[in-house]
Design a binder for this molecule. Structure first.
Ligand SMILES: NC(=O)C1=CN([C@@H]2O[C@H](COP(=O)(O)OP(=O)(O)OC[C@H]3O[C@@H](n4cnc5c(N)ncnc54)[C@H](O)[C@@H]3O)[C@@H](O)[C@H]2O)C=CC1
Ligand SMILES: O=C(O)[C@@H]1CCC=N1
Length: 270
């Protein structure tokens, strides 16, 4: 058995995954195969020793783990293309594609392949992803293999496959929501006197501190907020003003809409 991983569809998340796996030394560069239709766009990765190609069929032949990382609407064409190279008993498919069930992959291929879904976010490039793992019929060993892989590039949690669209909204889209919050905080910071680059750094480090308080102390946001809000103070004044404008409500509604949308991204007939 080879020790090679093929990432089919090397765009934003595929390349972030490749960077993270190399950084974590999970794979050597020559054990990673990246495919993309426009292979010239992968020239910088090829220079590092990673195998880059537009030949999906060859990539599948040469790998034991195959990551599906194209857009939902590009999946069926890709699966039809790679089907002749698949060895169902010897390979594990990991799909990071939103809105596509393991069963959808097997149905399109008409093969009983082992499929595990993983929902990472772009922080995977620096080893800080929150990745949700789920499957229906994959063996415990294959789920563990997928989990071990993503454990090297962040934190993983195993969930029921039915919750994958919710995980997409909260964690994969979520990184954009938190980035926008940090951007908004920095814009406020600039309005009250800081140069933009200083305001952004200050806002980002403050957000990191808030997240670390919760993760390291296993504490609840309101418990930490209570420590900041002095009676008649400026924190509660700002916080309540934000809530009057719908801060929490906007985040909740956005996450709900993203989850709904994540569930309808894939058309089986496409
Ligand atoms: N961007 C993100 O933060 C996350 C994305 N996802 C999922 O990952 C998938 C990819 O998303 P992105 O990377 O953002 O999209 P993207 O559009 O940046 O990447 C897709 C890549 O696949 C390539 N491609 C398309 N058809 C191909 C084929 N037949 N052979 C080889 N390459 C092909 C495209 O040229 C493109 O480079 C989507 O299904 C998305 O739902 C999941 C978690 C996070
Ligand atoms: O926006 C999207 O559809 C993809 C899925 C999760 C993150 N990006």
């Amino acid at each position: 058995m080879s020790n090679r991983i093929a990432i089919l569809g090397s765009g934003n998340i595929g390349l972030s995954l490749a960077k993270g796996l190399i950084k974590a030394e999970k794979y050597k560069p020559n054990e990673v195969i990246l495919t993309r239709r426009n292979v010239a766009a992968l020239a910088d990765f090829a220079k590092t020793g990673i195998i880059t190609t537009s030949n999906n069929l060859q990539a599948v032949s040469d790998a034991d783990i195959i990551v599906l990382a194209v857009l939902p609407q590009q999946l069926n064409k890709l699966l039809n293309e790679i089907k002749p190279a698949i060895k169902p008993d010897k390979q594990l498919f990991i799909s990071v594609i939103s809105g596509v069930n393991c069963e959808d992959v097997r149905n399109q291929l008409q093969l009983d392949v082992q499929v595990v879904r993983a929902m990472p976010n772009t922080a995977i490039a620096i080893g800080h992803s929150m990745t949700c793992i789920g499957s229906d019929t994959a063996t415990a060993e294959n789920i563990e293999t997928a989990k071990n892989l993503f454990d090297t590039v962040g934190i993983t949690v195993q969930i029921n496959e039915e919750l994958m669209t919710s995980a997409t909204a909260l964690c994969a889209c979520g990184i954009a929501f938190f980035l926008r919050s940090i951007r908004a905080a920095s814009q406020g910071g600039t309005e009250i006197g800081f140069h933009a680059h200083d305001a952004l750094k200050m806002a980002a480090q403050t957000a990191k501190g808030a997240a670390d308080l919760l993760l390291q102390l296993a504490s609840h946001p309101e418990q930490e907020i209570d420590k900041v809000t002095s009676p008649k103070g400026c924190t509660i004044a700002g916080l309540n003003e934000m809530e009057h404008y719908g801060f929490s409500s906007a985040m909740i509604k956005g996450i709900k809409l993203s989850a709904e949308k994540a569930g309808v991204l894939y058309t089986k007939e496409s």
